[in-house]
Ligand binder design. Structure first.
Ligand SMILES: [Zn+2]
Length: 265
């Protein structure tokens, strides 16, 4: 079976269900600091970077299996699609804000905060946003997260930011960034050294390898980040995405060095 298809994603969900993970939203996970409570708990995080229609397909699949996930959406024309997001929300999922206002203001933190407040206000007319998560554009020298070195999102009624508020020494974390579950292609999407994955030597390239970790190593707490646009609904969808991804990965390999020693959280 081809990897990074919606069919393979379905297998991943089945594995989580079979291993009796309680699947909660990011809001529930952060609000209750669930890395400190007992039992197997998983958060499915989805960043809607593009192709919101793929997010709807993923949301429907999860709903069929009785699973609730968390969808972070960019405030960009064509991606921030209220109708599609309403559909996703109606299936029981959490909608969060995938912000990139520091990218939009070219690194100006004060302006980025102002813009963040404005965008959040607009989104909140349609959705009750409680958690936020940065979008990362690998070619910029700043990270959208840097806004919070100066400002406090809690003052805006935001419960948390998974890059800042999760204890990754206690939570296994897997991301499909670069269309591989391994860390090589990651630039901004990193968590601090000494994290759970490192301590327990958890590495997965393919989804079957990730499923194997879930079945054999059974980490108690897991966050899985899957970008809906990377999971193909059909064959044509998969090839065009793969070609684009390969070009990006070449650029990222050069960039990686610059970020290697930087503490992202
Ligand atoms: Zn993103």
């Amino acid at each position: 079976m081809r990897d990074f298809t919606i069919k393979m994603y379905s297998k991943l969900l089945e594995a989580l269900k079979k291993e009796s993970y309680e699947i909660v939203t990011m809001k529930e996970f952060l609000e209750n600091e669930m890395w400190n409570v007992g039992g197997k708990i998983c958060v499915l995080r989805h960043d809607i970077d593009k192709k919101p229609e793929n997010a709807v397909a993923m949301a429907e699949l999860e709903n069929k299996k009785g699973i609730r996930a968390t969808y972070y959406v960019r405030f960009i024309e064509g991606i921030y699609d209220v109708d599609k997001l309403k559909k996703i929300e109606s299936l029981g999922h959490e909608i969060g804000f995938h912000y990139e206002t520091l990218d939009k203001t070219r690194g100006d933190i004060d302006k980025a905060y102002e813009l963040f407040v404005e965008e959040l206000e607009i989104i909140r007319k349609d959705f009750d946003i409680k958690t936020i998560c940065m979008h990362g554009y690998p070619l910029n020298p700043w990270r959208n997260l840097d806004i919070w070195k100066k400002y406090d999102y809690r003052k805006l009624g935001i419960i948390g930011e998974p890059y800042l508020n999760v204890d990754y020494t206690k939570v296994a974390y897997f991301t499909d960034t670069g269309r591989s579950w391994s860390s090589k292609a990651r630039v901004k999407d990193v968590i601090p050294a000494g994290n759970y994955n490192e301590k327990h030597n958890l590495k997965a390239k393919s989804t079957p390898e990730l499923i194997d970790i879930i079945k054999r190593k059974k980490p108690e707490k897991i966050i899985i980040l899957a970008h809906p646009n990377r999971w193909a609904l059909g064959f044509g969808d998969w090839t065009s995405e793969l070609v684009g991804q390969k070009i990006k990965n070449v650029g990222k390999a050069f960039l990686k060095k610059r970020y290697e020693n930087e503490d992202i959280i």
